[in-house]
Design a binder for this molecule. Structure first.
Ligand code: ATP
Ligand code: MG
Length: 415
């Protein structure tokens, strides 16, 4: 991508009403555009990051044997009434609307009920199970506070997976595998070290749940961490036990954190009221045992920004950066550097490297400030000076370390 063609531009200031660090940086760097509180559009750079995170999640869910679907945003009120979750007193963040004929519909805040109902058309016997189904889709929630940027949207991209098992053992075995897959996701996205599995009380769907909490000052939650077990408990559980659930350690560290994922055992809470059942090997009718597994993709992206940013801007971990390299040549008056940089850009792209090429005719200081703000982890500089020595300068965004690299070696360094 030639930066001169990118329609977004970096800006000095974020909108005055934007109070969260993640959205301030993402807006200034041109990744997202704020439409209103809790509602953000994703621009080319932001979408690239979002897609890379989504693909990591996809790979990990597919490895679990899960199948991807895309369910509807408009949801049938009757299904949610049957599941006991339509009433505003039970679920307080529904966006609801009406068809022309006055029929009420909901905008999906979650999809347990809809998917359970859908599976009634496909599940008959024990042979049809287990099933693991997920989607990556925009959710709508009328959050009362939306002050955490893309960490708490009123519409936001979520990966939600649902498991449908025949026995408690089958459910438990998948649940453990899903836990491991979640850790893989956080590790690959770059926040493995900061993320703790956290026992918590389960909210609207089940009694207990396992949250994945990433330690950051921007977090809205408080957790208590046992460093020895890398296990945490949330605020509500702490009031009851105030010790590590694994080793009984009472020396827990209080931290602010953000919930980047959440997995629940749903039991038969949905399958019973919605009558999703199967005939077992002895033809006995049984309710399907369910679990649900969510990851907020926008929230994950905001968390990464928050955890790694420095005073100059964003720093993306390599696996989710919008580009592999930011090529920021310093053009000379005689016009010798430009064609050489064009050729280097074409060469890198032809080798399958994704490059943001700052081909704009602006001051080097401006280029570098933009590059720091955008946060691609590796910057490559070509100038009259480097050309004379037949080298390139490769700069690490995190450490600022400058490496002098022979031109013939640059592909290896990048990879
Ligand atoms: P929270 O307690 O933060 O409101 P939740 O318990 O309502 O989260 P779930 O219903 O379990 O969240 O949703 C699954 C995941 O979706 C969460 O773990 C979180 O990562 C993400 N998520 C939830 N609400 C939002 C939101 N408003 N904006 C962005 N991501 C969200
Ligand atoms: Mg919530």
């Amino acid at each position: 991508m030639r930066q001169s063609q990118l329609f977004t531009k970096t800006r000095k200031e974020a909108p005055k009403d934007e109070v969260s660090k993640n959205a301030q940086l993402l807006i200034r760097a041109g990744f997202v555009h704020k439409e209103m509180a809790g509602v953000y559009s994703f621009l080319p750079l932001g979408l690239r990051v979002m897609n890379r995170i989504s693909n990591i999640i996809r790979e990990e869910m597919n490895l679990l044997g899960a199948q991807e679907v895309l369910l509807t945003v408009l949801q049938d009120k009757n299904i949610w009434v049957t599941a006991g979750k339509w009433d505003d007193k039970v679920v307080d963040n529904w966006f609801k609307t009406k068809l022309k004929n006055e029929t009420e519909v909901g905008l999906g805040y979650s999809h347990e009920a809809e998917l359970t109902n859908l599976l009634k058309d496909y599940v008959r016997s024990w042979r049809d199970l287990p099933l693991y189904i997920y989607q990556i889709q925009t959710k709508f929630r009328n959050e009362s506070r939306a002050k955490s940027g893309i960490m708490r949207g009123r519409e936001f991209l979520m990966k939600d997976m649902y498991s449908f098992s025949r026995t408690q053992e089958e459910h438990a075995s998948f649940y453990e595998k899903a836990k491991a897959a979640y850790f893989n996701v956080y590790k690959r996205v770059g926040i493995g070290e900061q993320t703790y599995i956290t026992s918590s009380s389960g909210g609207s769907f089940s009694k207990f749940s396992d949250e994945f909490q990433t330690v950051t000052d921007a977090g809205e939650d408080v957790i208590y961490v046992c460093e020895k077990c890398r296990q945490a408990i949330n605020d509500e559980i702490f009031k009851e036990v105030s010790a590590c659930p694994l080793c009984d350690n009472k020396d827990l560290m209080k931290k602010k954190a953000v919930e980047v994922g959440n997995i629940f055992n749903l039991g038969v809470n949905f399958s019973e009221p919605l009558d999703l059942s199967f005939a077992d090997e002895t033809s006995v009718k049984k309710s399907v045992i369910m679990g649900c597994y969510g990851i907020g993709i926008g929230r994950l992206m905001g968390t990464v920004v928050d955890v790694f940013a420095d005073e100059k801007g964003i720093i993306w971990p390599k696996e989710i950066a919008p580009f592999d390299v930011h090529l920021t040549p310093i053009f000379d008056k005689e016009g010798k550097v430009k064609p050489a940089a064009d050729a280097l850009y074409a060469d890198l792209v032809s080798k399958g490297i994704s490059v943001l090429y700052d081909d704009r005719d602006i001051r080097p200081g401006e280029k570098f400030a933009d590059s720091d703000l955008i946060g691609i982890p590796l910057r490559v500089i070509m100038s009259e000076k480097t050309m004379a020595e037949n080298i390139l300068e490769a700069i690490d965004r995190t450490t600022g370390e400058v490496k002098r690299v022979p031109v013939s070696d640059i592909e290896r360094i990048i990879k």
